[in-house]
Write a protein that binds this ligand. Structure first.
Ligand SMILES: [Mg+2]
Length: 273
């Protein structure tokens, strides 16, 4: 171990990888929280690899990279992992050449098409139903998905979130569409790509090229961000800039390893200085 002395050799970071939530952790309403841009810069300058993860399947990695770069956090699409990308990988691996009925928006259809997924519109032609965040959801789509599931199609989804935070409140998300399909078809979703699923964690660790003990997960939602780490033996840090209040943070179970006022405090945890 090196010395703490000023100008001495730098110590090894406690973690060499960070799995970092976006909304409520890095920014809200498109504005980064104070000190966050500088903290991320410090971590990356110290050689820590930061992977930004989002359950929102409406935007792909490229769109997030553009958005983050515009906020002063220069990243490439390789630094971003979305539930849509994890879903696309799952389909390619588990159901190659399958015909997919998608309850999702055009952006996700394009993302799936890029990996060769064939999207169909009639339930009885589908081998797989993919439920997603779909602001174009209609009774007709619901009916086709119902028919597909009743006929035995596989059933997967991009993300489990019941709602999505937006300016001034929340709007219904993929969790509601999964519930509509489950309630009517009698089927249960077999895999969900987004946090807190093991699919997302495995994809994140693979992208970072690191093991669970080299990485910390940071986010504002216990049920998704912290659960992602807990189920895979990855240390967790809860930030209080998002949905969890300081008093709620005292009752979070299981306990995160760290509770931070903001992501701006993460360098002290990760770098140990
Ligand atoms: Mg969040």
């Amino acid at each position: 171990m090196s010395d703490h002395a000023d100008g001495g050799t730098e110590e090894r970071p406690r973690y060499t990888g960070v799995i970092c939530d976006l909304d409520g952790t890095v920014y809200r309403s498109g504005r980064p929280f104070p000190g966050v841009v500088e903290a991320l810069e410090r971590l990356r300058a110290a050689g820590v690899r930061v992977l930004f993860v989002s359950n929102n399947p409406l935007q792909n990695a490229e769109a997030y990279a553009t958005k983050l770069s515009a906020l002063g956090i220069p990243v490439t699409p390789d630094d971003v992992l979305t539930s849509g990308a994890v879903m696309a990988s799952w389909l390619r691996e588990h159901t190659p050449n399958a015909r997919v009925l998608l309850l999702g928006e055009e952006s996700l259809r394009e993302e799936l098409a890029q990996v060769g997924v064939k999207v169909v519109h009639r339930g009885l032609e589908a081998d797989v139903v993919v439920a997603s965040f779909d602001r174009t959801f209609t009774y007709d789509k619901w009916l086709e998905a119902f028919r597909a599931l009743r006929a035995g199609a596989r059933f997967v989804a991009t993300n489990p979130d019941p709602t999505c935070p937006v300016e001034g409140g929340e709007i219904p998300d993929c969790g509601g569409i999964i519930a509509a399909l489950e309630a009517t078809s009698g089927r249960r979703v077999e895999a969900v790509a987004g946090k807190p699923s093991s699919l997302m964690l495995a994809a994140a660790l693979a992208r970072l090229g690191k093991g669970p003990d080299e990485v910390v997960v940071v986010g504002d939602r216990p049920g998704t961000d912290l659960a992602l780490g807990h189920q895979g033996g990855v240390d967790t840090a809860l930030v209080l800039t998002g949905v969890t209040t300081p008093s709620e943070s005292e009752h979070v179970d299981p306990r995160p390893v760290y509770v931070l006022g903001s992501l701006a405090e993460l360098p002290s945890v990760v770098l140990g200085r």
